[in-house]
Design a protein around this ligand. Structure first.
Ligand code: NAD
Length: 490
């Protein structure tokens, strides 16, 4: 019998019950992993095990791929109209809407992000994205191409087939598109599993979405090297992204899109609206406890406002309330795991050893769970690890600069290129700077704003391909060119 999880939430901000199965979700049913093993799931706010989920294996991936292949041929991509897929996805979005608070609570419990943020921002964004793509399902069309009057040439945008999705632990997972074999993070699989029952309720045919929980070096590798998976979308670290491409190249040259890490620059010019720059910068760095791929963790401040910014930004960071993700008024919960906690503390120590100065924070909060103070470094050099490497925690570096040319050079001095931001009231300066930054997203006078229509992805080693918007659709179709002879004789 697959394991299950029942939990009564009795918290200041949410009361309710959740109950769902925690086996692998294959062909519309929850099943045990083929080896019968399980993975313990930990609440990062306490460090204690809350439940366990089935541990999948390569054999389970095979079974899931076979189910996805059959669904692709018989009950989804090749046989179900775009209109019908749209209706089903829309119904699924509505079911998530009806369960938004419950899904947010599961996310807060499993991931440590605050309940308020999880339920009213992350889950709502997932719903918006699902509705956005439900809208696209019957509008993916090819073109008729002008050649000559004795030929009809046109393109069709056909679904690819079985798609593998490997995702990390920092955002709630969702699947749209072709048929899917999805591996959530071994740290945060619960919301993905809860959503599976909603997929059934929405009428998504069995096999269209399969979720195989498990570890990266088993289930993840089985997906990336599977010969019947035609495309893999990977979200995670640049280190593992490299392995994903390698496995794809060594197996069937499946298409690969990668959403990877970042070390994003946030530039504040002398003429910025100071109050707004401080607020957005704090959101840019500390949102999701700094566990965001696009976190603005290199903060460049022009010399004329450096002291003022540092003082105001420090005051803002001090207002951040750490605590139980279900506590009232809490802004920041724990980091995801002991491993991640140790990693972040390792970076804080490396900053000190390398000679940078901690201006704020740097320590643990409490003894249970993985809470780290909002941390600000100053007096850092460009070559230090805290300036070059992704920390993925509430740790930022504030760096003084003199002029535009100097800051653009420093901002682009990284192998990452995911995001960047510019704060200036001078629109010419802001846009000219945005144009010169090597990043997939540049925010002007804001940070970490997202919309289903706006593409997201990386330059350089931050990734390949784009999620969201119309751009994303190109990653999920094969373009077929058809040339019909209308009577030309050879
Ligand atoms: P990670 O790379 O360690 O793991 C991501 C996923 O890959 C997990 O599901 C993991 O089990 C799996 N995995 C691990 N080894 C694998 C292998 N050999 N083959 C296949 N799959 C494997 O990343 P993480 O620590 O879970 O997440 C944090 C990272 O994700 C950060 O670097 C962050 O910047 C990045 N991220 C990027 C985006 C984006 O949109 N660009 C969004 C969120 C997170």
């Amino acid at each position: 019998m697959p394991t299950s999880f029942t939990h009564d939430f009795d918290t200041p901000v949410y009361k309710g019950r959740t109950s769902f199965e925690t086996g692998l979700f294959i062909n519309g049913k929850f099943v045990d992993g083929s080896e019968g093993e399980t993975i313990d799931i930990v609440n990062p706010a306490t460090g204690k095990v809350i439940t366990s989920v089935s541990e999948g294996t390569a054999k389970d991936v095979d079974i899931a791929v076979a189910a996805a292949q059959e669904a692709y041929e018989k009950s989804w991509g090749l046989t179900v109209s775009g209109r019908e897929r749209s209706n089903i996805l829309w119904k699924f979005a509505e079911l998530m809407e009806a369960h938004a608070k419950e899904l947010g609570a599961i996310e807060a419990l499993n991931n440590g992000k605050t309940f308020g943020w999880a339920s009213s921002v992350d889950v709502v964004f997932s719903i918006d994205v699902t509705k956005y793509y439900a809208g696209w399902a019957d509008k993916v069309t090819g073109q008729v191409l002008e050649t000559n009057d004795k030929t009809l040439s046109y393109t069709r945008h056909e679904p690819i087939g079985v798609v593998g999705q490997i995702i990390p632990w920092n955002f709630p997972p969702l699947a749209t598109g072709n048929t899917v074999v999805l591996k959530p993070s071994e740290f945060t699989p619960l919301s993905a599993l809860r959503v599976c029952a909603l997929l059934n309720e929405a009428g998504v045919p069995p096999g269209v979405v399969n979720v195989v929980t498990g570890y990266g070096n088993t289930v993840g590798e089985a997906i990336t090297s599977h010969s019947k998976i035609e495309k893999v979308a990977f979200t995670g670290s640049t280190l593992v992204g490299r392995k994903v491409m390698e496995a794809a190249a060594k197996s069937n040259l499946k298409k690969v899109t990668l959403e990877l890490g970042g070390k994003s620059p946030n530039i504040i010019f002398n003429d910025a609206d100071m109050e707004q720059a401080v607020k957005w910068t704090a959101h840019g760095l500390f949102w999701n406890h700094g566990q965001a791929c696009c976190a603005g963790s290199r903060i460049f401040v022009q010399s004329g406002v450096y002291d003022e910014f540092l003082q105001k930004f420090t005051a803002k960071a001090k207002e951040i309330k750490l605590g139980d993700p279900f506590g009232e008024g809490v802004d920041q919960g724990p980091q995801i795991s002991q491993i991640q906690y140790d990693r972040i503390m390792g970076y804080i120590n490396s900053g000190l050893t390398d000679g940078a100065k901690i201006h704020l924070g740097g320590g643990r909060v409490g003894t249970d769970g993985y809470f780290i103070e909002p941390t600000i470094f100053v007096d850092a050099n460009p070559e230090m690890r805290i300036v070059q490497e992704e920390i993925f925690g509430p740790v930022g570096v504030i760096i003084k600069f003199d002029n535009e040319e100097d800051v653009i050079r420093q901002a682009n001095d990284t192998f990452y290129g995911l995001a960047a931001a510019v704060f200036s009231k001078d629109i010419n300066r802001a846009i000219n700077t945005a144009n010169k930054l090597k990043a997939g997203t540049v925010w002007v006078n804001c940070y970490n704003t997202f919309h289903p229509t706006v593409p997201f992805g990386g330059f350089k080693q931050s990734g390949i391909g784009r999620e969201l918007g119309e751009y994303c659709l190109h990653n999920y179709t094969n373009v077929k060119a058809v040339q019909v002879n209308l009577g030309t004789k050879l």
